[in-house]
Design a protein around this ligand. Structure first.
Ligand code: PEP
Ligand code: MN
Length: 271
């Protein structure tokens, strides 16, 4: 691939999720666990001033014995709470047969790391969102995928007509054991040199530890990322999924101030 392009810092999506000179923060719990849990966690996202909330209804768990998410009931809770709070929802799609239901309940469809190379899912999502400008996709990088494979996965979506594709670096598997995965910030910069697609960072799954989420978020701003997707929970210790990496409410409320000097230095405003 040609690597001679300059870094493209002013990329955007035409649904407004990514805007030039803005640094988009998506926050919320790993999983929609119940109405009360999701409403309490989403309320903090709203109070912190963010516009996008995450929450998984279909969960790609490593173990078949782990909680798999509430499925359709989770989607209902997701849209009810996000509509009540005036937030836009981001949620994962695991199976082509659920695409229509997910699109009814959320504008942003997440494709998880474990499905980055599920080409029939990528094509089905690309054609489902074509002609629906308010919908978009966050495509996580597979944890053993090269940047080129990740970008080509995005092109399965765009060549099927899908618009508003945002790449998300979420850590790759290395020999390091002090973090859950290894956040590959160079991939953010490389991807931005190779494509016109926005690139965001998920420091939560990369680190697997809440104490590293804010420092890695600052580093992501400096690495020219266009935003973040972070996990937060109103009672992190009780989270049914990914409890160790969820930011508690106070940390989420402080994230904007923590990022502001870095964002300003990059000519961006945290939104
Ligand atoms: C998630 O966002 O909850 C998730 C499972 O992410 P990933 O696909 O990056 O592991
Ligand atoms: Mn998670």
């Amino acid at each position: 691939m040609d690597t001679t392009h300059g870094v493209k810092t002013n990329v955007s999506t035409n649904n407004g999720m990514i805007r030039p000179n803005a640094f988009r923060v998506v926050a919320g719990p790993c999983t929609v666990e119940s109405y009360d849990q999701f409403a309490a966690s989403a309320k903090v996202v709203k109070q912190a001033g963010y516009e996008y909330v995450r929450g998984g209804a279909f969960k790609p768990r490593t173990s078949p014995y782990s909680f798999q998410g509430l499925g359709k009931e989770g989607l209902e809770i997701l849209s009810e709470v996000s509509n009540e709070l005036g937030l836009k929802a981001v949620t994962e799609v695991l199976d082509p047969q659920d695409i229509d239901a997910v699109m009814e309940h959320a504008p942003i469809l997440q494709i998880g790391a474990r499905n980055m190379a599920n080409f029939s899912l990528l094509k089905a999502i690309g054609s489902a969102i074509s002609g629906s400008p308010e919908h978009g996709v966050i495509l996580k990088r597979g944890f053993a995928a090269t940047v080129e494979e990740w970008i080509l996965a995005a092109e399965y979506i765009t060549s099927a007509g899908g618009d508003n594709v945002v790449l998300c670096e979420r850590g790759i598997r290395t020999f390091e054991t002090s973090t859950r995965f290894t956040l590959d910030l160079s991939a953010v910069i490389v991807a931005k040199r190779l494509t016109d697609l926005p690139v965001i960072v998920d420091p939560s799954h990369a680190a697997g530890r809440r104490d590293l989420v804010v420092p890695l978020s600052k580093a992501s701003v400096a690495a020219e990322a266009d935003g973040l997707i972070v996990e937060s929970h109103h009672e992190p210790r009780d989270a049914l999924c990914d409890a160790e990496q969820a930011l508690p409410s106070e940390a989420l409320m402080g994230l904007r101030d923590a990022l502001r000097p870095f964002a300003n230095a990059m000519g961006r405003e945290v939104v």
